[in-house]
Design a binder for this molecule. Structure first.
Ligand code: FES
Length: 171
């Protein structure tokens, strides 16, 4: 909800503020920006840490799915369609999370001048450039990951209910 891309999306779509680039907003008494009720949008830099926590948990889930019964220590190694679904889920969510504007600021936003460290490239600048690659396609990662999260939940639910068969190497 506080993602910069989704903010652009719903401000335009639902509030028509502004309806599009170079299109004037609907008349309003006084422009207040993200103040008052919308000041909560500032928590985005902290929700990033929660999102990273989810990436770690989902990665562990994906790892467990490669072992029969989810037992990483004693379970037999194998691969199921569900394992692939869970791995793709982590990859897409990582592309979204690690292209976050707040993450980009976190890794490279503290330096005032990247080109000032003469000779060798600033480490923060290197990280910032990598994050920027994901960031430039943040909208794409946002939509694909959101759709895939829904599909992953649906797939797992259907398998757990016995509606879908999870084809795998164990059976
Ligand atoms: S800006 Fe979209 S997740 Fe941070």
């Amino acid at each position: 909800m506080t993602c910069y891309y989704y903010r652009k999306f719903y401000y335009r779509s639902y509030f028509a503020s502004p309806p599009a680039c170079a299109v004037t907003s609907l008349p309003q008494k006084k422009y207040k920006g993200e103040t008052a009720l919308f000041v909560f949008q500032n928590i985005h830099r902290y929700t990033l840490y929660i999102a990273i926590g989810y990436i770690i948990i989902l990665s562990y889930d994906a790892l467990m799915s490669f072992f029969k019964g989810g037992d990483i220590i004693n379970g037999e190694f194998g691969v199921g369609v569900g394992s692939l679904v869970l791995c793709i889920n982590v990859v897409l969510l990582s592309g979204y999370t690690f292209g976050c504007h707040a993450f980009r600021h976190l890794v490279g936003g503290r330096g005032d001048c990247f080109s000032c460290s003469a000779g060798k490239e600033h480490l923060g600048h290197k990280a910032w450039k990598q994050v920027s690659r994901f960031n430039s396609r943040h909208m794409m990662w946002a939509w694909i990951s959101m759709i895939w999260v829904g599909f992953t939940d649906f797939y797992i639910r259907m398998v757990s209910m016995g509606v879908f068969t999870d084809y795998n190497t164990w059976n």
